[in-house]
Design a protein around this ligand. Sequence first.
Ligand code: G
Ligand code: G
Ligand code: MN
Ligand code: NA
Length: 250
Amino acid sequence: RKLELDMRQALARREFQLHYQPQLQLQSGTLIGCEALIRWRHPDRGLVSPLDFIPLAEEIGLIVPIGEWVIRQACRDAMAWPSHMSVAVNVSPAQFKSDRLVETIISALASSGLPAQRLEVEITEGVLLQENAKTLQTLHRLRELGVRVSMDDFGTGYSSLSYLRSFPFDKIKIDRSFVKDLATKPDGEAIIRAIAGLGKSLGMTTVAEGVETSEQMQRIRLEGCTDVQGYLISRPVPPAELAEVFALYP
Ligand code: G
Ligand code: G
Ligand code: MN
Ligand code: NA
């Protein structure tokens, strides 16, 4: 397939870029960090969404080198940010299972100089689906390094709840479908409230994703989430535009 061939060359041709989307801590009103979101500037197709190439990259094993590039680049970029801000990277199941993840992270932290505490790894329940000793060992190794671990897209899978039992995540990222439901479903609030309460009881922060309106943000604050991420705060932006976003917050 053409796309596959192109993707095999995209790293060497420097066609990947990271955009960053900030997260706002509700109580302090400050930005606590950004999530790195990969973009592929294809020479003919223009911007290709990760939804269109990450699954393929997983299938053909390219996710390992691409993911490695993401981790290294994100650590380097975060060094230019205020020192209280962390950077979150998405790690997909195939990358998580590769033997290199922990070593890659150790090496990326060392060569960038980023403190481990400023790096956050986001995993979806796909990573825990075939939960086994090795998966948990990797999570614990990351934790021992000081890297934080977040459960992404919480609530969308089959058994999000049971995964919270298997590892003490630092952060729960509430899937944006639940935020969307706030305005449209009568029980929308109850669900956000329940997840926020769960996070609180478990000592995990809770980020509501996909917050687009100030009404949503107000609701989310009332229901007890600690942080928000979404277009209302900022779209994912290229690194050069981050300073402008940072300047909007104290
Ligand atoms: O921002 P956007 O709509 O493009 O992201 C679409 C999806 O791609 C999201 O589910 C996001 O988690 C995923 N994604 C974005 N960047 C990365 C990445 O660097 N690695 C992996 N594995 N997934 C990513
Ligand atoms: O990693 P994750 O699957 O959570 O990826 C987050 C996705 O959500 C990315 O595709 C990102 O571009 C997208 N996104 C971020 N903020 C918003 C928002 O406010 N509204 C919508 N619709 N999408 C968002
Ligand atoms: Mn994510
Ligand atoms: Na998510």
